[in-house]
Design a protein around this ligand. Structure first.
Ligand SMILES: NC(=O)c1ccc[n+]([C@@H]2O[C@H](COP(=O)([O-])OP(=O)(O)OC[C@H]3O[C@@H](n4cnc5c(N)ncnc54)[C@H](OP(=O)(O)O)[C@@H]3O)[C@@H](O)[C@H]2O)c1
Length: 304
């Protein structure tokens, strides 16, 4: 491995593990919203240990476990500027910590940044079995919120209920007519959409007047067609969320505080993401093929 040249404000991080997320696959296939210039190293999140620090670095030291908030984590080592590093408490499961940066943070920000929610309020989401969906269920429960969840596979219902979901239905449920009964007579105040098409419309139809509908993923690769009535009579507010934009616009203090909060939830056992399979990085091509399979039992990770 060629030695990386350490800048004064940089930290050399030895990566321990990194997951393969849908966004990584979209970058590889060239369909992601923003593409890096080539050649590049893939990987949007992971966990590592500080190997060495640059001459001006304060606050980080060799041996510390860190989250690199930078692109290029599918590597044995990477150079990260200190402002893109978050220190983690020791003792976290490295595979779980490797999945903290993207999905739990997306869930946390979406639960906070679109509408004030109070304990007891309902939210509705599709792709509830996804990494983000599970983090939404776990964090919502910790915050006292209630979740109406849509999955495409009925066999997942029991598992998600056991994990803390309040209600789980399959994609064929008609939420326009059923949401109120499912949510004990009230309507959700926030919809989270990672699928698009008819599924995105179904969760929009569950919402109460004036509520935000937030699209953050497009797993079904179908556009959302919005009926006029949802705008005129229900004033549903269609929004989007992209974690990278949040990281670019939030202050460093806010970014670090979000990750410190999520690390505490991970340490407390509130957050947990199922793992489908772990591959050594030497088998990255096999890992990518496995991560591209539909209906996995959890995340595919690379271990360095
Ligand atoms: N905007 C952001 O900042 C942001 C951040 C994080 C993630 N995302 C996006 O969020 C989505 C989920 O990411 P993730 O890492 O949580 O995913 P994941 O854990 O890999 O799970 C993928 C999920 O998508 C579901 N799915 C796949 N194809 C589908 C289809 N055609 N129709 C309905 N559901 C389908 C799967 O259903 P099964 O469980 O039945 O297999 C699974 O629940 C992705 O689109 C990702 O790019 C966006």
């Amino acid at each position: 491995m060629a030695a990386l040249e350490l800048g004064a404000n940089e930290v050399l991080v030895r990566i321990l593990a990194a997951p393969i997320n849908p966004a990584d696959l979209n970058v590889i296939e060239g369909t992601y919203g923003e593409l890096p210039s080539l050649p590049c190293t893939i990987g949007n999140e992971g966990v590592g240990v500080v190997e060495r620090v640059g001459s001006s670095v304060v606050g980080f030291a060799a041996g510390q476990t860190v989250l690199p908030l930078a692109f290029g984590t599918w590597a044995e080592q990477m150079l990260v500027p200190t402002e893109a590093l978050v220190a983690l408490p020791e003792g976290l499961d490295p595979l779980q910590a490797a999945m903290l940066t993207v999905n739990p943070a997306t869930a946390w920000r979406m639960l906070h940044d679109f509408i004030p929610l109070q304990p007891g309020d309902w939210i509705v989401q599709n792709a509830a079995n996804s990494g983000v969906g599970r983090a939404v269920i776990q964090l919502a429960k910790a915050l006292g919120l209630r979740t109406l969840n849509v999955v495409r596979r009925a066999e997942l219902i029991g598992e998600l209920l056991q994990m803390g979901a309040d209600v789980v239905v399959t994609e064929d449920a008609d939420l326009r007519s059923e949401a109120s009964a499912l949510c004990g007579g009230v309507l959700p105040k926030l919809a989270l959409n990672a699928v698009g098409g008819a599924s995105a419309l179904n969760v929009a139809n569950a919402l109460g007047v004036g509520s935000p509908h937030v699209t953050y993923g497009a797993m079904g690769r179908q556009p959302l067609k919005i009926p006029n009535g949802l705008l005129i009579f229900k004033n549903i507010c269609f929004r989007g969320f992209w974690l990278r934009r949040w990281k670019e616009t939030a202050s460093l203090a806010e970014v670090r505080s979000t990750y410190e909060t999520l690390a505490a939830y991970l340490a407390a056992g509130v957050l947990h993401t199922p793992i489908h399979r772990v591959f050594p990085i030497e088998e990255a091509l096999e890992a990518i093929a496995e991560a591209s399979q539909e209906k996995r039992t959890g995340k595919v990770l690379l271990r360095m």
